[in-house]
Design a binder for this molecule. Structure first.
Ligand SMILES: Nc1ncnc2c1ncn2[C@@H]1O[C@H](COP(=O)(O)OP(=O)(O)OP(=O)(O)O)[C@@H](O)[C@H]1O
Ligand SMILES: [Mg+2]
Length: 237
């Protein structure tokens, strides 16, 4: 499978701190690709670099065969890259319905936004029931679903998710993971960072393991699940 979104030799960090050290990650079109690793490994930093929220000090970001290293974040949204950041960030005073509507603010996403909102309600029936409720009153799981749905309203070609299951009860997390498969099957490529390594490997087609700003392992999820080093370090097995 050809890579839809990739980082090549990406180096990036904050002020004088270098975090990403020559990271190569390729997210193939139509895949779910997981990025896992311990706290502080640089997973969120990589997501920000892919979404254009953080500039590279060296290396490149490529999307659909083009070099987008110098595209700022808003241009990358227009390119078709949507990031649902860690900690879901929904506007508490906006209703569910309004949140979905503003998710479709891009010119190319405006047309047909109502149909798309309808398909979000089919994907997340809980949101339909709460469409006139302010986002700030939703449960954590519902807010996560809303953040995901808002990301999808921009009609992305690749959806980047940073810790979508964080703070969710297991049943709610399972619901979110189930929906990710449906989204992938509808043709949206997914890059996902997860603390829950087992769940991430269970839904992903392939995964990268990061340590200390570097990729230390990469392969099909099934292979990583069976890897003794991964099992000991990340799966507690
Ligand atoms: N805004 C920031 N300013 C300075 N340093 C930061 C900033 N954000 C992250 N860092 C540092 O960069 C390193 C990588 O952080 P990052 O958030 O990418 O890790 P992570 O793999 O997402 O970790 P976690 O699993 O805890 O979310 C850490 O050492 C962190 O302290
Ligand atoms: Mg993080």
């Amino acid at each position: 499978m050809a890579a839809l979104l990739e980082a090549r030799g990406a180096c990036a960090g904050y002020a004088e701190i270098q975090v990403l050290a020559q990271v190569d990650v390729a997210i193939p079109a139509g895949s779910i690709t997981a990025i896992v690793g311990s706290n502080g490994a640089g997973k969120s930093t990589l997501m920000r670099a892919l979404a254009g929220l953080l500039r590279l000090s060296a290396g490149a970001i490529r999307f659909d065969g083009a070099d987008i290293t110098h595209h700022p974040a808003h241009v990358r949204v227009d390119d078709g890259i949507a990031l649902v950041p860690e900690g879901r960030l929904v506007f508490p005073e906006l209703t569910v319905a309004d949140t979905l509507r503003i998710g479709a603010f891009l010119p190319r996403a405006r047309r047909g936004w109502q149909d798309r909102a309808e398909s979000m309600y089919r994907l997340f029936p809980r949101l339909r029931a709460r469409r006139d409720t302010n986002a700030g009153r939703l449960s954590g799981g519902e807010q996560q679903m809303l953040a995901l749905a808002r990301g999808l309203m921009s009609m992305p070609r690749v959806l980047l998710l940073d810790e979508p299951s964080l703070g969710l009860a297991p049943a709610m997390a399972d619901e979110v993971f189930g929906v990710l498969r449906d989204i992938r099957d509808q043709g949206v490529t997914i890059g996902i960072v997860e603390q829950n390594v087992y769940a991430a490997l269970a839904i992903a087609d392939q995964a990268y393991v990061m340590e200390d700003g570097r990729v230390v392992s990469h392969g099909p999820s099934k292979q990583l699940i069976d890897d003794p080093a991964i099992r000991t370090a990340y799966l507690g097995l």
